[in-house]
Design a protein around this ligand. Sequence first.
Ligand SMILES: [Zn+2]
Length: 348
Amino acid sequence: MFSSPIQAVLMDSNIRKYIDKIHNPWVSCTLNIWRKVVKEFKLEQDLALFKWYAYDSDFAPNKLDSRFKSWPAKGLSTYDSLIKDGNLISFDTLKQRHNLEKQDFFRYLQIRHYIKTTIGQMSNTNVELVTLFRQAYSGDVDTRLIFFWYNFFMNKLPHSTDYVKMLWEKEGGMCISREEWTQMWEWQWRSTSSKSWREFGWKTLIRFFITPCQKAHYDGNPPVCWRNCGYQGAHHTHIMWDCPVLRTYWKDIHGAIGGVCALANVLGQELCELERLCVSGRWEEARVLQQRLIEPNAAVTRKLGVPALKQAMEWFGFHGGSCRSPLQPLTEAESQQLRRDFSSNGWL
Ligand SMILES: [Zn+2]
């Protein structure tokens, strides 16, 4: 049978043992999740104040002395209930307020010693969380609990992919900037609506797949590329990128990406220049050029569409021709707008 109050179990370092004894699946499942949260977000130290000394499995005196168990009924259950503004409340004060007896004094000393030696100081990183628990114990529960937890978890973000990024950099002999790294992850999200392809993309980026190099560690076989290119030492970068078998594939993909641009009909040379700057890593110049191309590009696509593209081609000495029905030529106002988009960026 389960003998501790559930609040006492929440912070106990032996919570796992308690959970195993619970036969109610709802309670054990919830506690299990809580246990993982505490571990994952490293909350144990900060929440140690909310252990119940009568049941705390690390506090030895409670095993020999059942009188500790009568304290919760008097309003003293957690270590925190004996503390005010960071200091231990004096025994006299507690005695008066909570109806303790003289013989409880040495229990008070035992707890005091334990707080000083074991519980120690909280790290100050989870102050809001500690406040939340204090409020709960004083009966003042915030009604926006879900909101609190959501924000709390989002702010903590215990996972970092820096190590994975470092592995890619090391293997590929390259340097990935923080922006590029974030963008690579965003692309997995944006470039497809298929859940399985997204998952595949994420798994590739996070280096989920077992490569011949990794396999070689435990089966002793040479790490030969599984695409049969003959390369020995097939790590992630080779398998996903460098392998000669993949080269035509990536070339085709690049070709496809390079072809989708309406503005190239008007400012073809400038777009080629942009690509050249990017490929040679001259990012600052590329950025300046890109900034000047954004407005004209928007003008001949989503803003004013094909009629604008045709008009702009005429201005630049190419042959745009007249619009085919149902498209209509630009109005005077639209034409002026188009001219401004090109001239304000120095193209006309
Ligand atoms: Zn290969």
